[in-house]
Write a protein that binds this ligand. Sequence first.
Ligand code: GTR
Length: 374
Amino acid sequence: MNDRLRELPNLLAWENGEQVASSVDWSPGRRDEILDLFREHVYGRAPVERPASMRLRTHETTDMMNGRAVRKTLSITYEGPGGQGELPFVLFVPKEATKPVPAFVLINNRGTGLADPDRQRVEGFWPAELIVEKGYAAAVFQVEDVDPDEHDGFRNGVHGLFDSPDEDRAGDAWGTIGAWAWGASRVMDALEADPAIDAKRVALVGHSRVGKTALWAGAQDERFAMIVSNNSGCTGAALSRGKKGEQIEHINKQFPHWFADNYKQYNGREAELPVDQHMLLALIAPRLLYVSSATEDAWADPASEFLSLVAAEPVYQLLGHEGLGTDVMPEPDVPISGETCGYHLRTGDHDLTTYDWQCFLAFADARLRNSLNE
Ligand code: GTR
């Protein structure tokens, strides 16, 4: 056993030290305890789930991709004490589909240029044509439409709408990653309402800061059948204890708005955190989970991303499934998968590429189409 695994908080021991005896104790049970620890110490608590005021509007339906897909432009509106918000998103649905199709949702933090809804620019970051060709719907939303990626004192975006402006901000109030995860759940609400979509087979994908977001969204919202976390590194897939590259202190200093304020107590004190990131991955069990790394992405630390997936395996097993099924890190560009989890290490830089998507799609072809949800 890798020595780093011995240092981790025990997934299968209750906070009072007793062992989790069987799958019956997982959910409701130990799973809720872990989820609450992440809310309290890391990502913060969202003050609202689906707002009662939420409305969905379809603005336009257009034939695209040489008639192979229909593009829908939609928006979700909601009201909070601080005013009204609007989250636009785009959805391509394969045209030849005769029944509801599974879908891939990309959370995009890199601007519409890399996920162009008009397809004037086609980039590997969001190969919507490839996704559609494989029989999936492809949806995308922009993070800044939910909450800006800057430290604005939580005045703008959904924080401005739903947080109480009068009170001091609580140590466990949601940060920006929590807000983006909330946005992903609202898009899921919208997909559930669309008869063209098989909402029991929706995969949520994020790269880097939104790879962290995809994991947090999947941990909280069990409607997502598959989560893909690409190069998510620190406070994403990677274990914090013993991590190389970016550490908690770096991330909290550079991005003070991403997490709950409480998380700053753990700057340089990883060993004192009551959780580590394998516990976040385990919250996705028994659903499908794919983690991907890149050889040049030392800041994210591929070895710590891989080991985290290995360390989540006991929960998949507790629930009667195989996770990744191995603790041997594969060579670059050799994707591996077990019954419910997949992993690859791409040669190259911190990025989301067509190769990564091909691996996600191959995994989904094998696992999501016959997912555990049925
Ligand atoms: C980096 C940050 C990483 C990662 C990345 C990104 O600067 O340190 O945690 O989130 O940004 O989103 O590209």
